[in-house]
Design a protein around this ligand. Structure first.
Ligand SMILES: [Zn+2]
Length: 65
C-alpha cells in the first residue's frame, strides 16, 4: 500500500506499513478511531521511542513493589 506517511517525514506517496489502531482528536474535537500507517524511514524512530517507553514502564513496575 502506498500513501501519505502519518508519522514524521510528511511525504505524500511512500510505501506504508500498518502501525496500529489509534484514537485521535479531529479538528472538531471528536475522537476518531482509525489506523496509523508509516513509512520504513519513520518506523525505526517510532521504535526507539516505544522501546524507551516500555523500559520506563517496566522499570516503574519493578520499583513499585
Ligand atoms: Zn515517514
Amino acid at each position: 500500500m502506498t500513501g501519505p506517511c502519518m508519522l514524521y517525514c510528511g511525504r505524500a506517496a511512500v510505501p506504508l506499513q500498518w502501525v496500529g489502531s489509534v484514537k485521535a482528536p479531529t479538528r472538531t474535537g471528536a475522537i476518531l478511531t482509525g489506523d496509523l500507517y508509516a513509512c520504513a524511514d519513520c518506523l525505526p524512530h517510532l521504535g526507539v521511542m516505544v522501546e524507551r517507553h516500555v523500559q520506563e514502564r517496566d522499570l516503574k513496575a519493578l520499583t513499585a513493589r
